[in-house]
Design a protein around this ligand. Structure first.
Ligand SMILES: Nc1nc2c(c(=O)[nH]1)N[C@@H](CN(C=O)c1ccc(C(=O)N[C@@H](CCC(=O)O)C(=O)O)cc1)CN2
Length: 294
């Protein structure tokens, strides 16, 4: 059996057209949703992701501004920029592109973002809301994965999901979200012994390890759903995921490719969060922003 390939590009395009309609409605009320992205330094991957965010904002009519700061920027200077954005009424969403240079304490910067503008969903208040099941911003990559499950009618209820990786951005939130949809979740990480013994039992595998083609055919069972969060540039210059796509697609029932899988959905959900923030400020938000029933 060859897996159905989950088309992140197509789904993101669909999302963008829904979001554009919401932006048009806001504009008709005289509201222009705005996103500020802060980029410190010139890491090529981060620079390219930020360009992707600017382009996506433009496509749907969100006003975007990128603060490009030199890599020597001090933590205090960065915090001052964030404070100015917190107070700027034109800014509905603030995103500090990660990773930050080593001399800056990432968590301190995240903590300084106004939780009402935390479109990345990384602030402790957003994390707390996710844990409790309150309405709030969800981190964009896990949110995008949940939207993929929904679009492809992949039910999580009663299924065993194994997450490889325990990062704050992906591993922890995706585990909570899948649990919220009634999956039984096992979290594995770099110190997990007998990793394959876990992944072999899984109905759903989410790979967020940061190691190129780490998940090979012998990790997965026939018919499982495999979500690849990795983005690794290998020596040949090719972009590959954490999953050996060619091998695993012959065994899985559904699989996300890299590129054009989870990545484009990350940016689409950022647009959603920004528009939801503007709608909420205007008192016209429908839903909870994160799929929680209100
Ligand atoms: N503040 C944040 N920093 C980072 C986040 C985040 O959600 N918030 N996530 C990642 C990077 N990221 C977004 O910032 C991101 C990564 C990849 C893609 C994407 O569309 N990838 C394409 C391929 C792009 C390429 O050719 O290089 C794909 O997979 O098709 C979008 C966003 C870390 N930092």
């Amino acid at each position: 059996m060859t897996a159905t390939i989950i088309d992140g590009n197509q789904l993101a395009e669909q999302k963008r057209s829904e979001i554009k309609k919401r932006v048009d409605e806001l504009r008709q009320r005289g509201i222009e949703p705005g996103l500020t992205v802060v980029l410190v330094g010139n890491d090529p991957a981060s620079t390219s992701y930020v360009r992707g965010k600017e382009k996506a904002c433009k496509a749907v009519g969100i006003r975007s501004e990128v603060l490009r700061l030199p890599k020597e920027t001090s933590e205090e200077e960065l915090l001052n920029h964030v404070r100015r954005c917190n107070e700027d009424p034109r800014v509905d969403g603030i995103l500090v592109q990660l990773p930050l240079p080593d001399h800056i304490n990432e968590q301190r910067v995240i903590n300084s973002i106004n939780p009402d503008k935390d479109v990345d969903g990384f602030h402790p208040i957003s994390v707390g809301n996710l844990v409790i099941g309150n309405p709030g911003f969800l981190p964009c990559t896990p949110y995008g994965i949940m939207e993929m499950f929904r679009a492809y009618d992949i039910s999580l209820s009663g299924r065993h999901a194994v997450v490889i990786g325990r990062s704050n951005i992906v591993g922890k939130p995706i585990s909570l979200l899948m649990q919220r949809e009634h999956a039984t979740v096992t979290m594995c990480h770099s110190r997990t012994k007998h990793l394959k013994a876990f992944t072999k039992q899984a109905d759903i595998v989410v790979a967020a390890v940061g190691r190129p083609r780490f998940v090979t055919a012998d990790f997965v069972s026939p018919g499982s759903v495999v979500i690849d969060v990795g983005i690794n540039r290998v020596e040949s210059g090719k972009l590959v995921g954490d999953v050996d796509f060619e091998e695993v697609k012959e065994i899985a029932s559904y699989i996300t490719p890299v590129p054009k899988g989870v990545g484009p959905m990350t940016i689409a959900m950022l647009l959603h969060n920004t528009v939801w923030s503007a709608e909420r400020k205007a008192g016209i938000a429908t839903g909870s922003g994160n799929g929680v029933l209100t």
